[in-house]
Write a protein that binds this ligand. Structure first.
Ligand code: FES
Ligand SMILES: [Fe+2]
Length: 340
């Protein structure tokens, strides 16, 4: 599918390009983002940088043999070196030229690396919220023929959680919108081995179209579970979805132990991926409908789509209805008993 025929264009935003731990000092890696390569590297002192892949001298690809020397990135073709500000700092015979790396904005949050990407090449319009402060202990990733908006729309689609996943999930309050953040209030009743039916009430926060994160308090095991779902647009209708989990539990008689946290993190990750595996065939074959026939109880899907418009140029793909007055205020209107 090329960019013109993709039913949703690329959105702007911060998108995960990998794990912090996969980029040790001295490492150069190429990642894919919105149909282009981005080269990541970590300097010897530990600074992480993201740049366009081609050298400004004669266009060699830094990912094909580029190296890190101290704080510089060195091109494999003629050995020109580039410093922290992107400028050319030297070469094997001491010659320099005026020219700079195509630097990309990058930030780290909770063990993951994010690069700002906008189809129009614009500078970041917003920053990612502060890190939660924990490193994921379990990770999963898969590539699907879909779009980040389609992946995240599932977080406000409560009918599918009952039918497709067999989960009793209910929305407990209307979503809250605050700029690039969209917070969903929900309660899920599920069964935990050894604990029986457990009701989990947790807000789910969408951070642009590149991150969904939630924190679940687990009083039964004296702990907290953090989960992240990170969709990254690789190509026009090709998305890598990463899922990460961190559990911090304190069991009676055992206390808190790294091994217990790790096992609980993997258990939570596996349970989430089992759910995602049920979504994947639907996501792979569904068509994005700009004018869906929403029924009562699905107002949040319309709100989500209007919120998502801000990540596209112009009016965005939207749902072809006018946003309600005051839509951009912090609290959404209560749900009407009518078709949206
Ligand atoms: S192309 Fe990179 S140094 Fe010549
Ligand atoms: Fe789902």
């Amino acid at each position: 599918m090329d960019e013109r025929s993709a039913p949703l264009p690329y959105p702007s935003g911060w998108f995960c390009v990998g794990r912090v731990r996969d980029l040790p000092p001295g490492r150069v890696r190429t990642v894919r983002l919105m149909g282009e390569d981005v080269v990541l590297y970590r300097t010897r002192r530990g600074a992480v940088r993201a740049v366009g892949p081609h050298c400004p001298h004669l266009g060699a690809h830094f990912g094909a043999g580029g190296t890190v020397r101290g704080e510089e990135l060195v091109c494999p073709f003629h050995g020109f070196a580039f410093g922290p500000d992107g400028s050319c700092t030297g070469s094997p015979d001491g010659v320099r030229f005026r020219g700079s790396l195509d630097r990309r904005r990058l930030c780290e949050r909770d063990g993951a690396l994010f690069v700002w990407c906008a189809p129009d090449g614009g500078v970041p319009a917003w920053e990612l919220p502060p890190a939660v402060g924990v490193r994921p202990l379990a990770w999963w990733s898969g590539v699907d023929p879909t779009h980040p908006q389609e992946v995240l729309e599932n977080s406000v689609d409560f009918r599918h959680t009952r039918v497709l996943h067999g989960l009793d999930t209910r929305e407990t309050a209307p979503p809250e919108v605050a700029g690039p953040l969209f917070t969903v209030h929900q309660r899920t009743t599920t069964r935990f081995p050894g604990l029986g039916a457990v009701s989990l009430e947790q807000p789910v926060t969408l951070v642009g179209l590149g991150m969904m994160r939630l924190a679940v308090e687990l009083p039964q095991v004296g702990g907290t579970l953090w989960m992240w779902v990170l969709p990254t647009p690789l190509g026009p209708w090709r998305t890598r979805v990463r899922v990460a989990a961190t559990a911090a539990v304190s069991l009676p008689g055992v206390g808190s132990a790294r091994a217990v946290d790790r096992a609980a993190s993997w258990a939570a990750l596996r349970a989430t991926v089992r759910i995602l595996e049920q979504d994947r065939p639907v996501l792979a074959h569904k068509r994005y409908l700009a004018q869906p026939r929403l029924v009562p109880g699905e107002r949040s899907i319309g709100l989500f789509r209007r919120w998502a418009r801000q990540f596209y140029p112009g009016d965005g793909p939207g749902i072809h209805t006018e946003p309600p007055p005051g839509f951009r205020s912090v609290s959404a209107e209560p749900e009407p008993d009518a078709i949206d």
